[in-house]
Design a binder for this molecule. Sequence first.
Ligand SMILES: *Cc1c(COP(=O)(O)O)cnc(C)c1O
Length: 224
Amino acid sequence: MSSVSQNLKSIKEQLPEYVTLVAVSKTQPNEMIMEAYEEGQRIFGENKVQELVDKQENLPKDIQWHMIGHLQRNKVKYIAPFVALIHGVDSLRLLRAINKEGARNERIIPCLLQMHIASEETKFGLDENELFELLESEEFRSFSNVEIHGLMGMATFTNDEEKVASEFRYLKKTFDLIGEKYFETNSAFSVLSMGMSGDYETAVAEGSNMVRIGSSIFGERNYR
Ligand SMILES: *Cc1c(COP(=O)(O)O)cnc(C)c1O
């Protein structure tokens, strides 16, 4: 058995059944993705639009492609026809662009709102005020070609497990709160995307139901 299938198997054994695994395949060649595919994996995550489009064209059509990276408004059009879930929605302006491309493609595009939960400034996402402002806005409520499926966040990159846990706990608390307040009658709002190779066990313990795992499946990435 290849190491990719072995890694995938052992991660899936550890994850509770209700947790969706997004295999993060950024920078990895198509052959590696096919190894995971042959092991039954169908959900893959990428963070660059061009790479996502190339892979979607060349790999099996039953793969569900998740955009997990920072997305620029002018690039939404390239992924709008096929993307299964956009994890990193961090502004009303971006959501407006996705809604527009959703309409153009006659589809409703599933999105997650990204919250900034880490202490690093470099990470993207909405703070609590911005999140509520977006959800309260009339324009947001008028969008009919996007659907908010939940929240996404990235914890601080640190060995301090209690810090990571408390950031995830905060995201889970916000997820529950806005679920009750804004999405009570919308069962699509159900996804809490948190946890990567280094912290997914903590994330799951804190209530994650979608983890995004790259290097623990595919090994180290080759940035060219
Ligand atoms: C790269 C990336 C991951 C996966 O990271 P690993 O540490 O390799 O598991 C998860 N989420 C996002 C947003 C990423 O950019």
